[in-house]
Design a protein around this ligand. Structure first.
Ligand SMILES: O=C(O)[C@H](O)[C@@H](O)[C@H](O)[C@H](O)COP(=O)(O)O
Length: 264
């Protein structure tokens, strides 16, 4: 059984029985957004995260998507990246390259990974500069409400602590309003040095999808989505409130603590 529903103002929630169904749903969603964006703007600017997200995107490498998606129009970014060498097992770039980008005809010069030979601070600055150049040429669109980039799609995972990208609970980067890309050197989840999109950038996207699986995330999913009242914690995932459309992709275990899982 597959269920979808609008969940108060926390976006659309899609719950799927199996990881296979969830992967198909995610591939369909990304392919549809890619098509719509290419039709409207001529390009598709997509930001990835690390974790299980990339393997859940794996069906994009297979028929029909491998042939129907206009890969030449994709511009690929990372919502967060670990500051390690690109060939390191911790690298989100390596994860995406091995699991997706090497299997589809994305143009190599359209893949915007971080400079892995400088400090986290310099890598964040350089990444923001690169995005600024692409906003000027409208490869990445610009927000209607601010000067922020408006990515066509930002894909996020979520940790059991409710972190998204490299925005961890109670970290000062949650308050960053000016930078587009910032850095941390004290990530509670190793490796410690990371760069990350800030909340204003995530919340300026046309579409944000949060893909969450497993029962270890069920409590954080509940706190991120349900109406938990005035004591609502400042959970990073709950601070994802995009101007555009928000969609949650959940498996049943991740959705198990939602107030109305049967409607979600
Ligand atoms: O750099 C990172 O550590 C990841 O990008 C991280 O933010 C990940 O997306 C979540 O922790 C969910 O990961 P899983 O889906 O593998 O649980």
């Amino acid at each position: 059984m597959s269920l979808s529903g609008a969940h108060n103002n926390r976006g659309e929630v899609k719950v799927r029985d199996s990881l296979d169904d969830l992967s198909t749903e995610l591939a369909d969603y990304i392919a549809e957004l890619s098509e719509a964006s290419v039709k409207e703007r001529g390009v598709f600017a997509i930001a990835l995260s690390g974790g299980s997200l990339v393997s859940l995107m794996g069906k994009l490498c297979d028929a029909p998507y491998n042939k129907t998606v206009d890969w030449s129009k994709w511009y690929v970014f990372w919502a967060d990246e670990r500051v390690v060498a690109k060939n390191h097992t911790d690298s989100n770039y390596k994860l995406a390259k091995d699991g997706l980008l090497s299997k589809v005809p994305v143009v190599p010069s359209h893949v915007h990974s971080i400079n892995d030979s400088v400090s986290a601070e310099e890598a964040a600055d350089e990444y923001e500069f690169a995005i600024r150049q692409l906003v000027k040429t409208r490869v990445v669109s610009v927000s209607d409400n601010s000067d922020c980039p408006k990515f066509d799609l930002i894909l996020l995972g979520m940790g059991p602590d409710g972190h998204v990208a490299s925005l961890f609970p109670n970290h000062s980067v949650l308050n960053e309003k000016d930078e587009w890309v910032t850095f941390i050197t004290d990530s509670p989840k190793p490796p410690p040095e990371r760069i990350t999109f800030t909340l204003p950038v995530i919340n300026s996207a046309s579409n944000v999808a949060v893909v969450v699986t497993g029962d270890s995330k069920a409590e954080a999913v509940h706190l991120a989505i349900d109406d938990v009242g005035p004591d609502c914690p400042s959970l990073p995932a709950r601070m994802v409130q995009p101007n555009g459309k928000l969609v949650w992709f959940l498996d049943k275990p991740a959705a198990s603590k939602l107030d109305h899982p049967q409607q979600g």
